[in-house]
Write a protein that binds this ligand. Structure first.
Ligand SMILES: Nc1nc2c(c(=O)[nH]1)N[C@H]1C(S)=C(S)[C@@H](COP(=O)(O)O)O[C@H]1N2
Ligand SMILES: [Mo]
Length: 162
């Protein structure tokens, strides 16, 4: 059976493809989690793997590292191979902000995820829906650089500006 591959794409200096064995190259963390599911009830699992923050930081997200406010526009879009999808904000996992201990699990209950692909683990979530299994892509997106529209100045033709 082939190894699953995870693509790290988007606003990154070093976009890459990683297998689950590649994810053993970062510092490993272990966690026990319980989460509730509307359809299958409460589940308990043990997961191990690197922090999502450590893996994404090494891919070089495109913000100015010394300006904390520059990180606030970054989103992390996590997709499973089946199309299940969730968004996190960069600030959610950044140690200077919410510092959530989100993992990219390489094993569940001591079973390796080499073929299934890594699983997102959010110990802070009460509901299981963001524990995306079989992750195929993570897109870092800094495109949310919102600027309010400049108010038109009456009588100077600004509404017709290009
Ligand atoms: N790839 C993928 N991951 C997923 C889901 C899914 O549909 N696809 N469902 C989520 C939901 S709703 C829950 S509760 C947890 C546990 O789901 P399970 O009971 O199917 O393991 O996985 C989450 N991860
Ligand atoms: Mo669920």
């Amino acid at each position: 059976m082939t190894l699953a591959e995870l693509s790290l794409i988007g606003d990154l200096a070093r976009p890459t493809r990683l297998t689950v064995p590649d994810l053993l190259g970062w510092r490993q963390h272990r966690v026990r989690v319980s989460f509730e599911c509307a359809t299958s009830g409460t589940q308990h699992h043990r997961f191990a793997g690197p922090r999502l923050y450590d893996v994404l930081s090494d891919a070089g997200p495109g913000f100015d590292p010394v300006r904390r406010k520059d990180r606030l526009r970054f989103l992390i879009a996590v997709s499973g191979a089946d199309g299940h999808h969730a968004l996190l904000s960069w600030a959610e996992i950044d140690p200077d902000f919410a510092h959530a201990p989100v993992l990219l699990a390489v094993s569940i209950d001591d079973t390796p995820l080499d073929h299934a692909g890594p699983q997102l683990v959010l110990p802070q979530d009460r509901c299981g829906a963001r524990h995306i299994s079989g992750i195929s892509a993570i897109r870092v997106d800094g495109g949310y650089d919102y600027r309010p529209p400049t108010p038109a100045t009456p009588g100077r033709g600004s509404a017709a500006a290009p």
